[in-house]
Structures are given as C-alpha cells and as structure tokens.
Design a protein around this ligand. Sequence first.
Ligand SMILES: [Zn+2]
Length: 333
Amino acid sequence: MTPAGRLRSAWAIAALAWAFGAPVQAADYAGPLFDTHLHYNEEAWNGNAGPFPPAEALARMQRNGVRAIVGNSRPNEGTRILAALRETREAGVTVVPFIRLYRNRADYTNWFRDESIHEMVLAELARGTAAGPYRGIGEFHLYDSANADGPVARKLMALAEQRQLAVLAHVDDVAVDKLMAHTPSGGRALRLIWAHTGIGGVPVARVRELLDRYPGLVGELSYRPGLTCAGDPLPEAPGANAGSGGERYPARARGGRLCPEWRALIEAYPTRFMIGSDTWVNQRWVDYDGLMQGYRRWLGELPPSLAQQLAWGNAAALFGLAPALFTGAETRR
Ligand SMILES: [Zn+2]
C-alpha cells in the first residue's frame, strides 16, 4: 500500500469508528416543563418561615424552565399562597390548583372515611384561589386498596367527575379500578392522574391494560420503578445546557436512560404520560434541579414532538393552557 493509500485507510477506519463506535448522545430536551406533582407543604414554607420561601421555590421552577405546576399542599394554604403571589406571575409560572385532602399528617391514613375531609373539599371548592377555581383533588394516598371503597373516597370520586375535577392519586392498580368504579360513568369520564404510575412497580402490561380501559387515565412518572436504566456517565459539555430559548439550565444531570420497555409504552401512548417533581419532603426541593435535569436527559432521547407532549403538551391540554403561554417565553432572546 502506498503512503497515500495508508492515509486513506486510516481516515476510513477513523470515520467508521466515529460512525459506529462513538456513543451517540441525544441533546437534552430544552423546552418548557409542566410539573404535574408539586407540593408546597408547610415544612417548606408555612406562610411566615421555612427553608423554601416563595422566592426560593419559584427560583427553582424558573431556572429549570418549569412554566406550570399542579400545586397541591398540606395544608391548602401553600397552594393558595403560590396562586396569589405577584412573584409567581413574574416568574412565568402558571399554578393549576388542586385540593390536597390533608390538613395534617394524620389525615393521610383516614381521609377516605372522614366526613370532615369531604366538607373541607366543598369549602375549598367554594373558596377557590387567586389563580382561579381548583381544577382537581389530590394528591391522596391509599396504602391499602380496600380503602378506595371508604365512604368519603366514593363521594369524592363522584364529585370529581360531576364537577370535572381531575384526580391525583397515589394508589396501586387495584385501587385505580375501585376508584373508577365509584364514578357515575364507571371510569369512562374521570380524569385520573396516576401518581408515579404505580409506585410499587406494577408490570407494564398491567399499566397498558388500565390505559386501554380508562380513556381519562394518565400516568405521572416521578419515582416510577423501572422507568430509567443505568446510564453512561456523560462527559461535561460546556454550553450544552443552554435551552433553545437561550436559557441556561444548571449542570447536566447524570441520570439514567429510558428503559426499552418504558420507551415502547410511552411511544404507544404518547398522550398518556406526564412528569412531576413530587416535593413531598424538603429534600426534594433540595434535589429539584437534578430531578428536572433527569427528566430533560431522557426526554431528549425521544422524538422532539413526543418529548414536548410528555414535558408540557399533555398536561397543558388537560388543563386548557394555551400553547401561546409558553411559545413567547421560550423564544425570548
Ligand atoms: Zn406527592
């Protein structure tokens, strides 16, 4: 082989190595996020004191490109505070208020049979928030699916459907069927956001079955076991975190990649999944940047239009938020 031939061969080998050997890195999703599972509980801020006053909480949303939230807080005052603040509007965050069923921690394990919770929900509905009427009920928990048959659980599911309120429920798959059965439509008309899409790791085949059965069921993906698989650590890429609108996101997270089984599920049900932070304890506020970066990382593996649906579009459609709400902000230079 001539020297020139050797040179050509070396270039060919290098090109092949580049084409097939180098890891292909998808860019992180850089569009708006809708955090559909946010708590602003009293331990974060009680109206006077706490480690995450409104300016801190809003700064976390803003620097992560979170443009709307489902707000639900223990007690509900936390949501009403966020909904009323001028700073919330200035941060470009739309609050979609939900009624949390908990005045205190004791309510977690008794709400489904406590008539005073039903009365509290009716009072909150009548009161509303500065950001408008409440749009949903929850998050609530059922640690034993049998409690989905409690008298107050039954009443609230019927009320939700009648008043077109969405429901944010941290329950198992058995309780999804039970809750749906308590609605006038038998679950055909209720919009139920399934917190964590089964935090116990219910098999994907069962998730598919429920999505097929209930047209208003959507899965929120925080804490979902099996969603992401171990990822390759990514090299730091200076400048790689700038959003398409010139925004800057904090340093790139080294989270997992979307597992194949979940990618297939999401591709089969593109309108049925959403993302959320679940700031149920203050540590989740500490971790907020990393949580949102983790979402941006695996959303970036999806086709852009599908990523946008999960990140924003599905929730915006559910709550009737105009697309114009974010297009202006995202293209801001
Ligand atoms: Zn939660």
